[in-house]
Design a protein around this ligand. Structure first.
Ligand SMILES: O=C(O)CCC(=O)C(=O)O
Ligand SMILES: [Fe+2]
Length: 379
């Protein structure tokens, strides 16, 4: 008799089972009619052929130039993997004790860097009201910082998530955006090395409902209108419809939720490198529509920055497109004092939500200068 047949073998799914954690159920999608921005939908599976890339290059370029935002689908991460990441995201807030959160709090003002927890109420929004947003931020190399004990068994999954974002989403997108400026395809990739020193990070965020009084004092703004500091932000679409972009006609429009899609936007660093060819779009988070009030709003992100040492000078010499249109960024082309990514991110991170801003008369705009460059915030 062949004994091996009678010995029960562990099934593959049991052998590879993931640490059990509670399931996070987000709010159901809103039934309200909202005005949505009309963004391109990039089918990333097409990036595997030269023909597909040529088509996507134009689509991505035009959507970024018009809206600063686009959607990505077919990015190789399944709906189940997506659900699991949102479970992990919520876990970092709902299951970690206040004591541990304190122990692993980001030293934002001392280090000008987000690593660990950003507690609620760290940022000023308006009229003395502070934010109700928790962050958990980890460098893409999860071993570069300590993590709360109960998060440690989840690190292999967070590490896989970071690598998928970096190599299977960020890199193809950076290739398309380089091609959109007639730059060699690997121009931006070479400035975003996974192993370099820099702060490209996975961030989980949880927004908590606020009091009516706070809503009234802040014009319902939960996160002020801003541009992102880095080159690209990958936002994993979630159903609470509260993210808006400021369109070129001056109107705020909502970003529509699509299951397992990505919402990708460009930030300051790409404006500088692209000489303003790709300008970042102001976006904000406001109180959700009535049928989604009372829910928390959990987000999962990959915030991308060029490597710390990269000088944020426009690639005019390298790009035939830029030679035609000229440098339109907030930095001048020959400025010898162009900051490095490290200087820019530290200046912006330290100031964000804590610096004294100057109100622009008769508007909802506030301003400050970082490294000599105008930075605006909107309510
Ligand atoms: O929560 C969101 O949808 C957007 C957050 C955001 O814009 C940011 O953290 O920079
Ligand atoms: Fe943002």
């Amino acid at each position: 008799m062949n004994t091996s047949q009678s010995i029960p073998q562990p099934s593959l799914s049991v052998a590879m089972s993931l640490p059990p954690i509670p399931h996070y159920t987000p709010a159901p999608p809103t039934q309200e009619e909202l005005e949505y921005a009309d963004l391109a939908i990039i089918d990333l599976s097409k990036a595997s052929t030269a023909e597909g890339r040529a088509e996507l290059t134009i689509q991505a370029r035009d959507s970024v130039k018009e809206h600063g935002f686009l959607y990505v689908i077919n990015h190789g991460w399944t709906q189940d993997q997506n659900n699991r990441i949102f479970d992990i995201a919520d876990f970092t807030f709902s299951q970690v004790s206040d004591e541990e959160k304190k122990k692993y709090e980001s030293k934002i003002l001392e280090t000008s860097t987000y690593r660990g927890y950003k507690p609620r109420q760290f940022w000023h929004i308006d009229a003395g009201v502070h934010d109700q947003i928790e962050h958990y931020n980890t460098n893409r190399d999860v071993n570069k910082q300590p993590h709360p004990e109960i998060i440690r068994p989840l690190l292999p999954e967070i590490d896989a998530f970071a690598k998928h974002n970096h190599f299977d989403i960020l890199f193809p997108i950076l290739r398309l955006l380089a091609a959109g400026m007639e730059l060699p395809e690997d121009t931006f990739i070479n400035k975003h090395r996974f192993d370099a020193t820099g702060e490209t990070s996975v961030r989980f965020m949880k927004y908590y409902p606020r009091s009516e009084e706070d809503e009234g004092k802040t014009n319902q703004v939960w996160l002020k209108g801003h541009t992102d500091i880095g080159s690209i932000t990958i936002l994993w679409s979630q159903p609470v419809s509260a993210l808006q972009i400021l369109s070129k006609d001056g109107k705020w429009r909502h970003i529509r939720h699509m299951d397992n899609a990505l919402v990708i936007n460009t930030g300051d660093a790409l404006e500088f490198l692209s000489g303003g060819y790709y300008k970042p779009t102001i976006h904000r988070v406001i109180q959700p529509p009535k049928d989604q009030r009372g829910y928390t709003r959990v987000g999962a992100f990959y915030f991308v920055m060029p490597d710390d040492e990269v000088k944020l000078a426009p690639l005019v010499k390298e790009s035939p497109v830029l030679q035609n249109v000229g440098n339109l960024s907030r930095f001048s082309q020959d400025a010898s004092d162009v900051p490095t990514m490290e200087q820019w991110r530290k200046g912006r991170t330290k100031a964000y939500g804590t610096s004294q801003l100057k109100k622009v008369d008769g508007s909802n705009i506030e301003e400050e200068y970082i490294n000599g460059v105008l930075v605006q915030h909107f309510n």
